[in-house]
Design a protein. Structure first.
Length: 145
């Protein structure tokens, strides 16, 4: 981990993603209410800034090829950034012993060309909306508040 990481490169606005450690998975929150679990998807040639936290215990998000470890602590946001120049998949894991299933808390970043990333983001948004609509219909049918 580093306390002297340089500021993210400009001049373009970075993509900000929230990273939340939860026993035993990672949740990634994108702008516009889009989220994913287990795998972060990013566009190539874009600076990605991360706000890293945890919901339960201390975790540590670590993708070795993308930089140092970043602690995820409940009630505290840690920040870091990275930029991927070529499409590819980068693997890592939680680097802080966080409980009985710690070994299963893997992390993955998949970098896509811009058009493929936008298509993925649109699919995620549509899938989330469809799931929310289905839940609302089920609640209405069962008269659940």
């Amino acid at each position: 981990a580093s306390v002297d990481q340089p500021a993210p490169p400009g001049p373009n606005k970075p993509l900000e993603i929230g990273v939340n450690g939860q026993q035993y998975l990672w949740r990634y929150d994108y702008p516009g209410g889009v989220f994913s679990y287990y795998e972060m998807v990013v566009p190539v040639n874009t600076t990605v800034t991360l706000k890293v936290t945890a919901s339960d215990v201390v975790h540590s998000w670590w993708i070795p090829k993308l930089g140092g470890k970043v602690d995820a602590m409940p009630g505290y946001d840690n920040e870091t950034w990275f930029k991927v120049d070529e499409p590819g998949t980068f693997e890592g894991n939680c680097a802080e012993l966080c409980g009985a299933n710690h070994a299963d808390m893997r992390a993955r970043v998949r970098a896509l060309p811009e058009a493929e990333f936008k298509a993925w983001l649109d699919r995620q948004k549509a899938d989330i909306k469809a799931a929310q609509d289905a839940l609302a219909r089920t609640r209405a049918e069962r008269k659940v508040p």
